[in-house]
Design a protein around this ligand. Structure first.
Ligand SMILES: OC[C@@H]1[C@@H](O)[C@H](O)[C@@H](O)c2nc(CNc3ccccc3)cn21
Length: 464
């Protein structure tokens, strides 16, 4: 303790979060639902991609996943036991429209009806994500996100879902992480649909953002008042003591492609130069598109996991997720890492939130994903001790609190993820959940981090 005059200053300031701060957890349809061939659901690009030999670790697929399609009541009870205020989930487009357009599958919509009703009965606010990467395969067969028409089909689908649920759900995210869906799906090819064309990645990114704008406009016309976009954002840092011009140019390029391509489009109606140059060559950006994309949103969702580190490296090959990055290295740094090999750097969250507060004032922010994978193993008593995850989450909540203390309008935090689930190209071997899933019998085992998080929610903050 330190004493100044007669006042004794607590060694650590209070870590109480604002009254009304939203505490929740997040998942996504393809990662948890299973029932991939049930009740009229059509195939998505992830159903197809997961069957491509070598595409997903262990040949895993989302056919069963966490069987949430059948176990949703149990999972809602689990959420309620933790005291969650909100639950972020995604709607499976091919469950609602098996061909991505045209006829609606009533049994598909019925599932989300049941889910939303169950959440409301449990006092949990539904945060509905309309697209979390599971494009109907029929639309991919017609060109997928590289063709403009898909954006218009998405807006129609968004209207169908909104019109069914809007009487009970009022918090809507159009697209989850357009950068991943475009640059990993169509550029690097390590995500569905597994295509490898830089030009197609830029076309897909633009059409995903156009889809966001068209859907946001459709929802606004229908009376929606809580519309957002969720982006995977990261501080782009050069780990050198004295970055040179080439290092700074590398930071600028990667920041433009990863962050500004989507932030500037959605919040300013513009693209950074690196994107405009490609757009001029490809001709896929039409007059008026950016005005549609910059539809007003009511908050910005931020998925933060770690910073991205870059430096100039003459001769380094281009990273296909970052077109034009020849001569740029993405070095490891001397920090602890998660089971994904991602560096643990909570200060990056504070830095990111402060940047958004500075560059885009007046936009309420929600951390819609933050979490970590670790190699969790249940003990003989069924307890799952995950101190590393508790450490990760505590560090990032302290980082979020520091941003709040600096005036950032942060409205909520949703941990990724409620459940261990299908971790895309990594399959089921990477566990992000605060609840362990035993896939052999679908048992759910709350990890120590779940109990810890329930305490954070109960006291609306961290212990000082
Ligand atoms: O990888 C963990 C989660 C993933 O399960 C979610 O579905 C997705 O929304 C999500 N986005 C990120 C952000 N970073 C990222 C990095 C490499 C590949 C994909 C995403 C992490 N995560």
């Amino acid at each position: 303790m330190t004493t100044v005059g007669s006042t004794t200053t607590a060694r650590t300031a209070s870590q109480a979060f604002p009254a009304g701060f939203v505490w929740g957890a997040a998942t996504a349809a393809y990662q948890i639902e299973g029932a991939a061939h049930e009740d009229g659901r059509g195939p998505s690009i992830w159903d197809t991609f997961a069957r491509r030999p070598g595409a997903v670790a262990g040949g895993d697929t989302g056919d069963v996943a966490c069987d949430h399609y059948h176990r949703w009541r149990e999972d809602i009870a689990l959420m309620a036991s933790l005291g969650l205020g909100a639950y972020r989930f995604s709607v499976s487009w091919p469950r609602v429209q098996p061909d991505g357009s045209g006829p609606v599958n009533p049994r598909g919509l019925d599932f989300y009806d049941r889910l939303v009703d169950g959440l409301l009965e449990a006092g949990i606010t539904p945060y509905v994500t309309l697209y979390h990467w599971d494009l109907p395969q029929a639309l991919e067969d017609a060109g997928g996100w590289t063709v403009r028409d898909t954006a218009y089909r998405f807006a129609e689908y968004a209207g169908v879902v909104h019109d069914r649920l809007a009487d009970r759900a009022d918090t809507w995210t159009t697209i989850n992480e357009p950068w991943v869906a475009s640059f990993l799906g169509y550029g690097a090819g390590v995500h569905a649909p597994g295509r490898t064309s830089a030009d197609d990645a830029f076309r897909a990114a633009h059409h995903l953002m156009l889809a966001h704008g068209l859907a946001a406009r459709r929802l606004r016309e229908a009376g929606a008042e809580r519309i957002s976009l969720t982006l995977n954002l990261a501080p782009v840092l050069c780990p050198a003591d004295a970055p040179g011009e080439a290092d700074l140019a590398a930071v600028e390029l990667v920041d433009s492609l990863l962050n500004r391509q989507f932030l500037d489009a959605a919040l300013r109606g513009s693209y950074p130069d690196a994107v405009l140059e490609r757009a001029r060559r490809l001709g896929h950006v039409r007059d008026g598109d950016l005005a549609v994309i910059a539809q007003p949103i009511d908050s910005l969702g931020i998925n933060y996991y770690n910073p991205t580190y870059v430096r100039a490296a003459p001769g380094a090959p281009e990273n296909p997720a970052f077109p034009g990055s020849a001569g740029v290295a993405f070095p490891s740094v001397d920090l602890p890492t998660t089971a994904m090999g991602w560096p643990i750097a909570p200060d990056g969250l504070t830095e990111l939130l402060l940047r958004l507060h500075r560059d885009h004032p007046g936009v309420p922010l929600v951390v819609t994903e933050n979490g970590a994978a670790f190699d969790d193993v249940p003990g003989p008593d069924g307890r799952v001790a995950d101190p590393a995850r508790i450490g990760y989450l505590e560090g990032h909540l302290r980082a979020a609190h520091a941003a709040l203390a600096a005036g950032v309008d942060l409205r909520g935090y949703l941990v990724w993820s409620l459940l261990d689930n299908f971790e895309w190209a990594e399959g089921y071997g990477k566990r992000f959940g605060i609840v362990y899933v035993d896939y052999a019998d679908q048992r759910r085992l709350p990890k120590d981090s779940a109990r810890w998080y329930a305490g954070v929610i109960a006291r609306n903050g961290l212990e000082a």
